[in-house]
Design a protein around this ligand. Structure first.
Ligand code: ATP
Ligand code: MG
Length: 564
């Protein structure tokens, strides 16, 4: 989406054309030619699962267009299918759309509220001689339909009279037939090169309760018939959907034309968003949830919107991501690293940078007084002075990260090892003078001596190559930290070629129970995020964290080879 307003002046015209996507170009043309006088879009989820990052693209595209053209945006639950829908999903979808900032105001609708109008529309088609009740079985219908290179055959029921069709359709509605016994079909063209146009089924018998209309109906409209009607009823101008519906567009146009809507909506398709090595697609996410491979729809390893939110992604980062992806007519896959780039960009100057030790080992400063505590005033974010400063406690016993110490370091290792001096970030220079191990040779304590002259970590007479972070043992708080990696094995790809199963990464979640974080983190609430210096961005978990037992999710590490 471009940020350039529609009424940008002539001087900007060249620039404007370059940055506008093809949907904007189509809308511009429609407005110029007077096909429409305003823009009205919708997001039409089926409430059969949680939304994912792909839906975020669709939401932000539709909402963004409505906003850009000063038009309207509807949230419409496409709940015409009585089998799979649940109110749990309706609630989660609303929450996700709102969180993304796509304000639908009071424009929330349910397609099932239009069942009466859809029924009337079907009757209208019958009266026009454009629809007929067919007694062929599902298998026969498929057989009669032909294939890509063979034309279809007319159903023997195709020439029923209008009166007979009206009566039979009424009987269908009144529950006189079993599921599958009869269907209503559009009468279009069995020889059409487009199979979707070969007398498609538009209504079926299904004796099922619907979550909204209960047992009122035992016939339900098919998607290709229902969707254009939903759009037309709501006054949608541009019905934006994904590429797999391109071949259905002639049917969409046929429905709105035959029903003679005064302002027929128009369908425009764009390519779905796919992420490399990431499981998108409601069906697959559902499987992971149901098989217990992840802990629910909001498991932070998923890319459902609920999961991204829980992990610590912000609406701003998702918006940036969607804009960077752009809108296209051909399917392609975007690297997950780009999403990571966006959250880093968003948080980098917004959130405080604090010290956290994820795998602690004790560091004792032998020459520091036992009962002393010093406080260093430290900026919260060097790139954003507005975030102010905080006081960080320093004392004789600290924790440092285990991998910041080595007994026998390789070349180019500049952190703590016996005899080496490093900077304890913001505090002092300290030189390693020894260490203790347990019976297995595991290091339990590192000893060092500090130089009081290097207060603040500054020294004019000598340099050190390594700077490490630390927390004061007595002034830090314990926390659990969860590190995430890709859910699927990147080497092998998402799907197993032989049986289509997922290639799972066994190390997709690592739980660190004994982390220590500087005490400024106390009072952090769900969704609060921080940069832990040298480690990455972390967010307080909404489900499992409490004031006394903090739990953090790693949103993203600091480093990446990703370049824009
Ligand atoms: P999935 O394929 O994940 O099961 P869906 O298409 O069945 O999703 P719907 O609830 O029917 O899910 O989708 C609502 C809207 O979101 C539709 O307009 C659909 O085209 C769009 N959408 C779904 N997946 C993507 C995606 N990956 N990228 C962009 N838009 C998407
Ligand atoms: Mg769908």
């Amino acid at each position: 989406m471009s940020d350039i307003p529609v009424n940008a002046n002539e001087d900007n015209e060249a620039k404007e054309t370059v940055s506008r996507n093809f949907i904007e170009n189509e809308i511009d043309k429609d407005l110029k030619e007077g096909n429409y006088t305003s823009v009205h879009t919708r997001f039409p989820p089926e409430p059969n699962g949680y939304l994912h990052i792909g839906h975020a693209k669709s939401i932000l595209l539709n909402y963004g267009l409505a906003k850009e053209y000063g038009g309207k945006f509807n949230l419409r639950f496409d709940d015409t299918n009585p089998t799979k829908e649940k109110t749990e999903f309706v609630d989660s979808i609303k929450a996700d759309v709102e969180w993304l900032g796509a304000d639908y105001e009071d424009r929330m609708f349910f397609a099932s509220d239009y069942f009466d109008q859809m029924y009337e529309a079907a009757v209208k088609l019958i009266k026009k001689g454009k629809a007929f009740v067919c007694d062929l079985t599902a298998d026969q219908i498929r057989e009669y339909r032909g294939s890509f290179d063979t034309p279809g055959k007319n159903s023997p029921y195709r020439d029923r009279s209008v009166e007979e069709n009206l009566e039979l359709f009424d009987n269908m509605k009144n529950g006189m037939y079993k599921d599958g016994e009869k269907v209503l079909r559009a009468k279009i063209d069995m020889a059409s090169p487009n199979i979707n146009m070969r007398d498609p089924v538009i209504y079926r018998v299904a004796h099922m309760s619907h979550h909204n209309t209960g047992d009122k109906w035992c016939i339900y409209p098919m998607y290709d018939f229902a969707h254009p009607i939903e759009d037309a009823i709501e006054g949608i101008t541009h019905s934006i959907c994904t590429l797999e519906f391109e071949d259905h567009r002639p049917l969409y146009d046929w429905v709105v034309r035959e029903l003679e809507y005064e302002y027929p909506p128009r369908q425009i398709e764009f390519a779905k968003l796919y992420l490399t090595n990431v499981v998108t697609g409601k069906r697959y996410i559902k499987k992971l949830v149901e098989e217990g491979i992840v802990d629910g729809w909001d498991d932070p390893r998923l890319v459902s919107i609920a999961a991204l939110r829980r992990r610590g992604f912000t609406p701003e980062s998702i918006r940036m991501f969607v804009e960077l992806c752009g809108i296209s007519k051909s399917n392609s896959s975007v690297d997950y690293a780009m999403l990571e780039y966006c959250i880093r960009e968003d948080l980098k100057s917004k959130r405080p940078r604090i010290m956290a030790v994820l795998d602690p080992v004790k560091l004792i400063i032998d020459n520091y007084p036992e009962d002393k505590t010093e406080y260093f005033e430290v900026p919260n974010n060097l790139e954003n002075e507005g975030l102010g400063t905080r006081k960080v406690a320093f004392s004789r016993e600290l924790y440092i990260d285990r991998d910041d110490f080595m007994i026998e370091p390789p070349k180019k290792y500049f952190r703590m090892f016996p005899g080496n001096e490093v900077r304890l970030m913001n505090a002092y220079f300290a030189k390693c003078v020894g260490y203790e191990t347990d019976e297995n040779g595991k290091v339990t304590v590192v000893h060092c001596e500090y130089d009081p002259e290097t207060i603040g970590g500054e020294c004019s007479t000598r340099k050190v190559k390594g700077t490490i972070h630390w927390v004061s043992a007595a002034h830090s708080v314990p926390a659990e930290v969860r590190l995430y990696e890709n859910l699927v094995d990147e080497e092998k790809g998402v799907y197993n070629e032989e049986d289509g199963s997922l290639n799972l990464n066994p190390d997709s979640r690592k739980i660190l129970k004994d982390c220590r974080i500087e005490e400024s983190v106390k009072g952090a609430k769900a969704y609060d995020s921080f940069q832990f210096v040298r480690q990455g961005y972390f967010c307080v978990d909404v489900k499992d964290s409490s004031d006394d037992a903090l739990v953090f999710n790693r949103i993203v590490s600091l480093k990446s080879s990703f370049k824009l």
